[in-house]
Ligand binder design. Sequence first.
Ligand SMILES: Nc1nc2c(ncn2[C@@H]2O[C@H](COP(=O)(O)OP(=O)(O)OP(=O)(O)O)[C@@H](O)[C@H]2O)c(=O)[nH]1
Length: 344
Amino acid sequence: MSQSTTTLSALEDEDNGNARRLSSLRLRISLAVPAVVFAVVLAFEALQLGSLSSALGEHFGLVVGLTGVLSAALLALLEHLLLRPLRQLARGIEALETGPVPLVQLGAPTDPLAHSLTTEMDRIRHAMQRAQDSIYTQDQDVRRLQRELDHQREALDSANAQLAAQNRELASLSRNDNLTGLLNRTAFEEALRREFKRAQRQRGLLSLAVLDLDDFKRFNQAHGAQTGDAALKRVALLLAERFKRDTDIVARLSGEEFVVLLPGCSVSAAQGVLESVRSDVRSLRLADGSGADETAGAELTVSVGLAAMSPSRPYLSAQAFLQAADEALYMAKHAGRDRLSMAA
Ligand SMILES: Nc1nc2c(ncn2[C@@H]2O[C@H](COP(=O)(O)OP(=O)(O)OP(=O)(O)O)[C@@H](O)[C@H]2O)c(=O)[nH]1
């Protein structure tokens, strides 16, 4: 059985129950009223005429008559004042669910009570309709707000994604050198601290080379700053190509100074690769913007200071390690440039 059928039959049951209760009420009033009236009349007669038995005997007919008349009057009064308005009220409430309440449904149009009830029912119905409209409007508002919220959430997500991308770019910018794209000094120092600690802990090998282009001031003056920039980029590319293991770190420390950090690399292996890098730099022919053949371009050399850390050659700190490589570079410069010097 469907739910609507069940609801309908429940409503019908309720209507039948109400009708039964109304009939029962009417029956009880019909019995109670004559009994009460009869008792009142008897009491009155007894008071007036002395004893109850003589009163009953002599005025029985009169008492019955009076009781009947009074009962009928009282019943008519109850019907008019109580039962009929109750029925009209019930019908009115039922009618509220379906629409406007017609006057005929509640009673004669001329009946002031029925008219007043109809008016009240209409007012209640209108109030309920307004409340329903208001709930509908609020529901629409909530749905609209929900949609707006969804849009704003999407916009926020997209803004967050953009922000994350910009942050990544910013982080990359703050870790990379603008001209060459290599790691900058900040990123290098971070890596040096990390790799130094690791080598210390694991008693591993760590090689560190500082490379500085020779007489770069003169190079710039002779060929122009643009050619100088191109030379820096070319050397950076060369280093990146030579040191491409995952663990290798190549950075530009400043102007014409580069650094290479090689975890797990022995001093002899590092020395071999760095010597070949030095030779490659000397072989570079950089166009100087004069339009001449590139092979006849500007010549460049590099000096290298190399320090190597191992269990037999420990350093006290990362800073001391870097300083050792710097001192080796100074020696290479002092010895005439275009060479590699080992840290003492
Ligand atoms: N083109 C160019 N030049 C730079 C850049 N950064 C630094 N320089 C120049 O590099 C030159 C470095 O000069 P110095 O410190 O005297 O060193 P050097 O001339 O190479 O001499 P040594 O290092 O002793 O061989 C300066 O003239 C700087 O202007 C850069 O990004 N681009």
